[in-house]
Design a binder for this molecule. Structure first.
Ligand SMILES: Nc1ncnc2c1ncn2[C@@H]1O[C@H](COP(=O)(O)OP(=O)(O)O)[C@@H](O)[C@H]1O
Ligand SMILES: CC(=O)N[C@@H](CCC(=O)OP(=O)(O)O)C(=O)O
Length: 283
């Protein structure tokens, strides 16, 4: 009985938020480290479906850094990161594409569709909707910086009630390259900016951005982010994530959040409770 009362209370609290988000576009970056267990994947699919059913337009950009590392390891191919971004040789690029487009993208699409969604999986190569140029070929190889996102591809899919699931790979054919490996956080923010998303949420494997005492920082401004980056408190994979948040809000996305994808239903808690969870980056 107590449990039922709590559920009703939660639903009642969620009602104004559900109305607020009706028809709003929310980009969700689904990090490789938040895709750990089958149970978490299941909860993720349920949350996306619930969002969709109450009128939100979800757009998913997924990562898969952890799974790429595992495959490179199994194949005994060396890999390294500079400033949180992978150095991508031609050989590494083949594996990146195989894992992101071939495996993870299709797995997420199947999972959502098994719950009754109309999810469609694409990478930036499809209709060449994301183009890039080398970030610094001598340093990072085929790691790219996005030059253009053709928003109409995603906007049309949303209008047709599809849930786009995007693998962070850009077309490189005009530069004579097999494609570019794009950090998934930055890919998510460029997509969010281009399609005029209202909100972007990064699902990852920490409570949010932590200070040097490992305490959660619930709100951060651009200056605070820069200070935490310069003193090394924000490092590794968190660097492109906070950069992506800043990129998104400076590009017109109203809200950017980094939340814990290991907590069941954290997406719903972020969207539909007044307290929210994780770290919000503000302009
Ligand atoms: N200040 C910080 N607060 C939280 N996490 C941090 C911080 N600095 C670095 N990190 C690291 O960033 C990681 C998240 O980035 P990453 O592994 O790339 O995740 P994802 O696969 O979700 O993109 C955390 O697991 C943590 O190790
Ligand atoms: C250039 C670059 O670093 N690309 C990433 C793409 C995947 C990714 O970003 O996955 P997560 O979000 O799970 O970290 C990589 O090769 O790992």
């Amino acid at each position: 009985m107590q449990k039922k009362i709590e559920t009703v209370q939660t639903l009642l609290e969620a009602l104004p938020f559900i109305k607020e988000f009706n028809k709003k576009i929310v980009v969700i970056k689904y990090g490789g480290s938040a895709q750990e267990s089958p149970q978490l994947k299941e909860r993720f699919a349920q949350d996306i479906l619930l969002m969709y059913l109450v009128g939100i337009k979800p757009v998913i950009v997924h990562g898969g850094g952890r799974q790429i590392n595992e495959m490179l390891d199994a194949l005994k191919i060396d890999t390294k990161f500079i400033d949180g971004q992978r150095v991508t040789s031609k050989e590494v690029m083949r594996i990146v594409e195989m894992v992101l487009s071939g495996e993870i993208n299709k797995e997420i699409v199947s999972l959502l569709n098994s719950h009754g969604a109309k999810a469609i999986g694409i990478s930036g190569k499809d209709a060449k909707f994301i183009t890039a140029r080398a970030k610094d070929f001598a340093k990072w190889g085929l790691t790219g910086n996005i030059t253009e996102v053709k928003a109409d591809v995603i906007v049309n899919l949303i209008a047709e009630k599809f849930i786009p699931v995007i693998a962070p790979i850009a077309d490189g054919s005009e530069m004579g390259h097999p494609g570019f490996n794009i950090n998934a956080d930055l890919c998510a923010s460029y997509v969010a900016k281009a399609i005029g998303a209202n909100k972007i949420i990064f699902l990852t494997d920490t409570a949010g951005v932590l200070n040097s005492n490992k305490e959660l920082l619930s709100t951060l401004t651009k200056d605070e982010v820069e200070a935490l980056k310069s003193d090394g408190t924000i490092h590794g994979g968190m660097v492109p994530k906070v950069d992506a948040c800043l990129e998104a809000i400076e590009g017109g996305v109203q809200k950017a959040h980094i939340i814990d994808g290991r907590i069941e239903h954290s997406l719903l808690l972020e969207l539909f409770t007044s307290a929210g969870v994780g770290t919000q980056i503000v302009n």
